[in-house]
Design a protein. Structure first.
Length: 203
C-alpha cells in the first residue's frame, strides 16, 4: 500500500477546467489584475494504481475513494491557470493520508472550441508534498480530460460548473523501484470522478 500512497500523490487535479475554460473565454479575464478571483471545488472521486502498467511482483490496485478540495486561480494569461489544494484517501492506516498539491493547468489549444465547449484537455505540471511516511515533495505530470456537463446541460442551475474528470498522473521524480530494482517510467495513476464548485456559485 505504500506504493499506492506514493502514486496517489499525483492524482488530484483539473476538474475546475469547466470554470477555467469559461473564465479564459471571458474577454474581461485578459484585462485587470493578473490573478483573478479563485474558484473552490469539491472533488470526490475514485483512484486506482497499476491500471496501464505495473511493477514486477504487484497487482492492479484496488479502486479506492479519494476526497479532495481544490482552489483554481484563473490568470490574465490564456496559457495557464494556477491551482492548489489537498486530498486524502479512505480512513484506513493502509491508505494515503493528507497530501498537499500545487501547480498549473496548461490547456491544449483548440480542444474546447472544437468540441463546442463539451471537452477540455490539459497537461498539468504538479508539485506534490506528502506527509509522514512519504518522500517529501515530488514532481508529477498529469494528462487531464474534463467533460463539461454542467456548462452544457445545466446553464441555469447552481450546478453549471459541474464536470466529469478523467486523469492520468505519472510520477517523474523518485520513481519507486519494483521487486527487481527496476523503475517503471510509465505507470500512471488513474483518477475519475465529479468536480463541483462550492464557491463562488456564480450568477
Amino acid at each position: 500500500m505504500k506504493r499506492i500512497a506514493q502514486l496517489a500523490a499525483g492524482a488530484l487535479l483539473l476538474a475546475g477546467a469547466a470554470n477555467v475554460a469559461a473564465a479564459q473565454d471571458d474577454p474581461t479575464v485578459s484585462s485587470g489584475p493578473f490573478l483573478k478571483p479563485p474558484v473552490f471545488l469539491l472533488m470526490p472521486g475514485v483512484l486506482q494504481a497499476n491500471v496501464i502498467s505495473k511493477p514486477e511482483g504487484t497487482e492492479t490496485g484496488d479502486a479506492m475513494f479519494n476526497a479532495r478540495f481544490m482552489t483554481v486561480i484563473p490568470t490574465s494569461s490564456p496559457y495557464f491557470t494556477l491551482l492548489g489544494g489537498a486530498q486524502w484517501g479512505a480512513a484506513s492506516e493502509d491508505d494515503h493520508g493528507p497530501i498537499i498539491f500545487y501547480g498549473a493547468i496548461i490547456p491544449i489549444p483548440g480542444i474546447t472550441e472544437a468540441t463546442q465547449g463539451w471537452l477540455t484537455l490539459s497537461i498539468d505540471p504538479l508539485g506534490v508534498t506528502t506527509g509522514a511516511g512519504g518522500e517529501g515533495t515530488n514532481f508529477f505530470l498529469e494528462g487531464a480530460a474534463v467533460l463539461n456537463i454542467g456548462a452544457k446541460m445545466m446553464t441555469n442551475s447552481p450546478f453549471k460548473g459541474l464536470g466529469l474528470y478523467f486523469l492520468l498522473d505519472q510520477q517523474i521524480t523518485r520513481i519507486p523501484e519494483d521487486a527487481n530494482g527496476d523503475k517503471d517510467r510509465f505507470n500512471p495513476v488513474m483518477l475519475y470522478g465529479l468536480a463541483l464548485p462550492i464557491a463562488p456559485w456564480g450568477p
